[in-house]
Design a protein around this ligand. Structure first.
Ligand SMILES: [Zn+2]
Length: 185
């Protein structure tokens, strides 16, 4: 790498991360199937977002739409302080949806207590995330983003429980819990 380019990369640091735009899944044929699956996870009568309709808003629009803590995590790739999310202790049956766009991401059956201080899941509702590598902590980590709105949710690790061995370490402020009984969370 040319020296000036290297210097530029070093100076830019974490802010050099590319912006992740929401994108429809690569396999457009699977869209109806995916939407059917998403629908099966939502309460009856709830609007089902289409994977073919990404939600791309400007930073200003996101700022208006999201509370400051959610904006920091979802649009600036921040991380909430461990142990601060009320969702750590959420044990009711229901669905965890994206705080940015309402896409259902996890169910309560996918959640487990990782002891890390962040809501943790060993798998996801199919097709809801795209991933990219970041280098914030020097070594590469896999971060994942909502497929519909591009919002940053957390990082994926391989120290989760069976059957997947995966841990989706999710920021609570990026989630909205919808209890199965229909009452508001
Ligand atoms: Zn979203």
């Amino acid at each position: 790498m040319e020296r000036r380019t290297l210097l530029k990369v070093l100076l830019a640091g974490p802010f050099a991360a590319q912006r992740v735009l929401a994108a429809p899944p690569a396999n457009m044929n699977g869209i109806e199937e995916l939407q059917k699956q998403w629908k099966s996870f939502l309460p009856a009568g709830a609007a089902v977002p289409s994977p073919a309709e990404p939600l791309n808003l400007t930073n200003g629009e996101w700022q208006k739409r999201l509370p400051a803590a959610s904006y920091n995590v979802m649009r600036e790739e921040g991380t909430e302080r461990a142990g601060t999310s009320p969702l750590n202790n959420e044990k009711r049956a229901g669905v965890f949806a994206c705080a940015g766009c309402g896409l259902p991401l996890f169910t309560s059956a996918m959640k487990y207590d990782s002891g890390t201080g962040w809501p943790s899941f060993f798998t996801t509702i199919p097709g809801v995330f795209q991933t990219k590598k970041d280098f914030y902590l020097v070594y590469p980590r896999t971060e994942y983003h909502c497929i519909r709105c591009g919002g940053h949710h957390g990082h994926l690790f391989d120290d989760g429980p069976p059957p997947t061995g995966l841990r989706y370490c999710n920021n609570g402020v990026a989630l909205r819990f919808i209890p199965k009984d229909g009452s508001s969370a």
